[in-house]
Write a protein that binds this ligand. Structure first.
Ligand SMILES: Nc1ncnc2c1ncn2[C@@H]1O[C@H](COP(=O)(O)OP(=O)(O)OP(=O)(O)O)[C@@H](O)[C@H]1O
Length: 318
């Protein structure tokens, strides 16, 4: 199900027609087909209320689907819950930590509440998880003295108390200050670099663009786009923009070079770059006597891609 990816064969998560209709009739997730490749950092993007949390809750066996099916790490859910869950770290509703206990003691309590965790190895695993999230030095500090970023890193450490193949994080940067957001983002990248698949939901497009390899976009319970960020971009090639007082002359040069989609404005010309080297294009323009005031290669932002994919804007700041 995952052609073209060199490493991490197979899918970490597959959903086939997954649907959740709540009792009141509200369809929170509607016929969702999802394929999360192993080894990816998969950004599950969508505005508030688009069905991300409900999907995650179904994947983790916390709520039963009313239609369709899903697999996590090759196990059908919820039947394969006991086999899959020890390899899955999840942060859905953040764990409640005791303010007067240290980060370490909080994690020891948290681990003790997990019937699948081995108490004999608790100390070692807690120490390793704290180191993993960069809280080794602050392990003995009381939770209430932790910054927002440290608190969230502790919560993620709670999801990393065993060796995990998949980490599921629901809006892990929600409510964090910019520093905390940076810390969590860096941590996610580190965890992914170790080979763990990360499935992370977010309503922030820029955030997903910065840390994810793959994305799925939810809108009103439906998946409206899915793919690798590079793949989505490849369908929308970069354009060159030439600022010049001679747009007609510049357009003629670009035409001659075989660039397509040439559009002429007042003081600029744009065109699809294709596989041409931008420096060669610039040199041709200058060689032909075009006064080049500005030259840029413009790649479409993810936001522009979504407008193209969904035919509408994507307000993800809400
Ligand atoms: N237990 C429930 N009963 C009825 N409706 C629900 C329930 N849980 C969620 N919903 C509705 O389902 C829709 C999707 O909610 P969900 O929480 O999955 O979205 P979300 O994308 O995670 O948004 P958020 O980021 O705000 O959590 C919303 O309209 C929500 O009101």
């Amino acid at each position: 199900m995952n052609p073209g990816r060199a490493s991490g064969e197979g899918s970490a998560i597959v959903a086939l027609g997954l649907t959740k209709r709540f009792r009141g009739g509200q369809v929170a997730v509607d016929d969702l087909h999802l394929d999360v490749p192993r080894g990816s950092v998969f950004g599950f993007l969508g505005p508030n209320g688009s069905g991300k949390t409900t999907t995650i809750r179904m994947l983790l066996g916390l709520v039963a689907p009313t239609g369709g099916s899903c697999e996590v790490l090759g196990r059908p859910m919820p039947a394969g819950l006991a086999a899959a869950l020890p390899k899955v770290g999840a942060l859905v509703e953040g764990p409640a930590f005791y303010p007067y206990l240290s980060g370490r003691d909080n994690l020891l309590r948290f681990d003790a509440a997990d019937p699948m965790a081995d108490p004999r190895t608790a100390k070692r695993r807690v120490g390793a998880a704290l180191d993993r999230v960069g809280l080794g030095a602050a392990a003995g500090k009381r939770f209430r003295a932790y910054s927002l970023g440290m608190r969230q890193r502790l919560a993620i450490a709670g999801a990393l108390l065993g060796p995990r193949e998949l980490l599921v994080l629901d809006e892990p940067t929600n409510g964090l200050d910019p520093q905390g957001t940076r810390e969590v983002r860096a941590l996610i990248k580190e965890v992914a670099a170790d080979g763990t698949t990360v499935f992370v939901s977010s309503h922030l497009l820029a955030e997903v663009e910065q840390m994810c390899t793959d994305i799925g976009v939810m809108r009103a319970g439906r998946l409206v786009a899915q793919g690798t960020i590079t793949g989505l971009r490849a369908g929308h090639p970069p354009r060159v923009r030439v600022e010049t007082p001679h747009p007609g002359q510049a357009a003629a040069v670009l035409d001659r070079l075989g660039l397509t989609g040439v559009r002429t404005g007042d003081d600029e010309v744009t065109a699809d770059l294709g596989d041409r080297a931008p420096e060669a294009v610039c040199a041709e323009l200058v060689g032909d006597g075009v006064a080049v005031r500005g030259f840029a290669v413009v790649r479409p932002s993810l936001e522009e891609l979504f407008v193209g994919l969904t035919g509408e804007g994507f307000d993800v700041d809400g």
